[in-house]
Design a protein around this ligand. Structure first.
Ligand code: ADP
Length: 477
């Protein structure tokens, strides 16, 4: 099968979160299964900084009246995967992030920036004969790619089958109705049975409504999005697509996240030989200025700071967590109030709490390698990757029972295959209960290491998940 994957971010070219990891790793895993996969990303400045310049260009003209565009075919660094980069300097060549400007505000022309990505993908589908490569399947990720299924379906005629994957329903890709003509959608698409969502245009709804199949990134999340609370306004839209909705758990890139061969950590280790893990813990304590002691439980957080991630619960529970003698290393950024609150707490408890505000891929690896436990107290979590990386690095996750966290972590008291600590309610009290249980187990090194080793040998590789995507694609082609 020829598969075209479209995403607004893709590791290692550009990443802001789990979407980037998945959009980078799944195509590689599908290629390894023998499929003919190409990916497409916007030509942000950081994308061109991260790859060899494409060898040839296809002019696309100015399809949206927003700037001249062209398409270059390159390769994903370190992989034999063809990448189409949409070069449209007016929309992408600027200082700032993939979605936000340097002040942290959404780019005002995001509707055009991501419509352009979808338009370019639709043009590839149309020009298959000239290009010598026509996709059988387009796989569109999250709202930024939501217009592609709409463009294909609304145009009619022969087209590839489309799968739309929701990585986070909290982002609806909402824009005023007035931009409809700017993104090249016909007026009649602006209806309940189209792209309209409470009088606005929703790119996410476009993807849900017009694709042939919708997936979410874990089976539990596929159920949660059908509920009023979990659907965040889209449960009705999804209910209409219920027969074409399924959940496929994300995998992890086991080469990038491999404690035995991770170039970003100082002391490689594996489940049969854990001395490196202890050395990484000492190194992390030293790096962050915490007391270097093996017997102190060291907790980590690697997260975007948003309401979704439940870090306010950690702030509330902090006095109790610190009273247990634990140390905590926090890496993240986002909500300014949470950044400030963590900074205040870190200043008050420098011996126990260390904060690094920002995005730091290498530090994230060192936290995973050095900590004893990772906190993921999310209010909702479509899949979650950090808990999977944590398990692989022998860092036991403490998670709330929601979405993909519920699907991947088995509580120590829930049977033999346990791998971490799970709490029920999004309250400081429940979180505290789980941390207390974790610290108690940590005080029994032999029992701790049994769970730790079990967590490390769980198979969260992409192989079986990629196989599921392939099976799904085959039913649609
Ligand atoms: P989400 O996609 O909702 O942010 P996931 O758990 O699915 O959450 O994926 C988060 C990804 O982003 C992981 O690879 C994690 O290591 C990474 N990450 C999050 N915040 C940071 C940060 N501040 N610095 C480095 N990596 C981060």
């Amino acid at each position: 099968m020829k598969i075209l994957s479209i995403a607004s971010e893709m590791y290692p070219l550009v990443k802001t979160g789990g979407l980037g990891d998945v959009a980078g790793a799944l195509p590689v895993a599908l290629t390894q299964l023998g499929e003919d996969v190409r990916v497409m990303v916007p030509g942000y400045r950081q994308v061109f900084d991260s790859m060899e310049p494409p060898g040839s260009w296809i002019p696309l003209g100015d399809p949206l009246g927003a700037g001249e565009a062209r398409l270059g075919l390159g390769r994903l660094p370190g992989e034999d995967l063809p990448v189409w980069v949409v070069d449209c300097p007016d929309l992408y060549d600027r200082k700032g992030g993939a979605y936000l400007d340097r002040k942290g505000k959404d780019w005002a022309d995001n509707h055009l920036r991501f419509a352009m990505l979808c338009r370019a993908a639709a043009m590839v589908c149309d020009a298959g004969a000239q290009l010598g490569w026509r996709p059988d399947i387009v796989h569109a990720h999250d709202w930024q790619a939501g217009l592609l299924p709409a463009y294909l379906a609304l145009r009619g005629g022969r087209r590839p089958a489309s799968v739309f994957t929701i990585h986070n329903i909290g982002f609806g890709g909402l824009f005023p109705a007035t931009v409809l003509p700017d993104v090249g959608l016909p007026e009649e698409s602006f209806s309940q049975h189209g792209v309209e969502f409470y009088q606005q245009l929703s790119f996410l709804k476009a993807g849900i409504h017009y694709s042939d199949h919708v997936t979410t990134v874990s089976p539990t999340y596929a159920e949660e999005v059908l509920t009023e609370e979990g659907g965040m306004g889209f449960s009705g839209v999804l209910a209409a697509r219920q027969d074409d909705l399924s959940g496929i758990l994300n995998g992890i890139d086991t080469h990038v996240w491999n404690p035995a061969g991770d170039p970003l950590i100082a002391h490689p280790f594996e489940s049969a030989k854990m001395t490196g893990k202890r050395a990484n813990k000492a190194a992390l304590q030293e790096e962050t200025g915490l007391e270097v002691r093996r017997d102190i439980p060291l907790l980590g957080i690697i997260s975007r700071f948003t309401v979704q991630k439940g870090l306010d619960l950690v702030l509330q529970a902090l006095p109790e967590i610190l009273a247990q003698g634990a140390q905590l290393v926090v890496l993240g950024s986002g909500d300014p109030d949470q950044e400030r609150a963590f900074a205040v707490a870190a200043k008050a408890h420098p011996g126990q709490l260390q904060l690094r505000v920002g995005y730091d891929e290498a530090f994230a690896h060192r936290i995973q390698a050095g900590c004893d436990m990772l906190l993921v107290p999310s209010r909702f979590e479509p899949c979650g990757l950090t808990q999977l990386y944590a398990m692989r690095y022998g860092t036991l996750p403490i998670v709330r029972r929601t979405g993909g966290l519920a699907d991947t972590v088995v509580d120590v008291k829930d049977g033999k295959e346990n791998t971490g600590f799970v709490f029920e309610k999004a309250t400081a009290e429940d979180l505290n209960g789980a941390v207390t249980r974790a610290v108690a187990l940590f005080r029994h090194p032999r029992k701790w290491s049994i769970v730790q080793r079990r967590a490390m040998v769980q198979n969260f590789s992409w192989q079986s998940s990629a196989q599921r995507y392939r099976d799904l694609f085959q039913t649609l082609v």
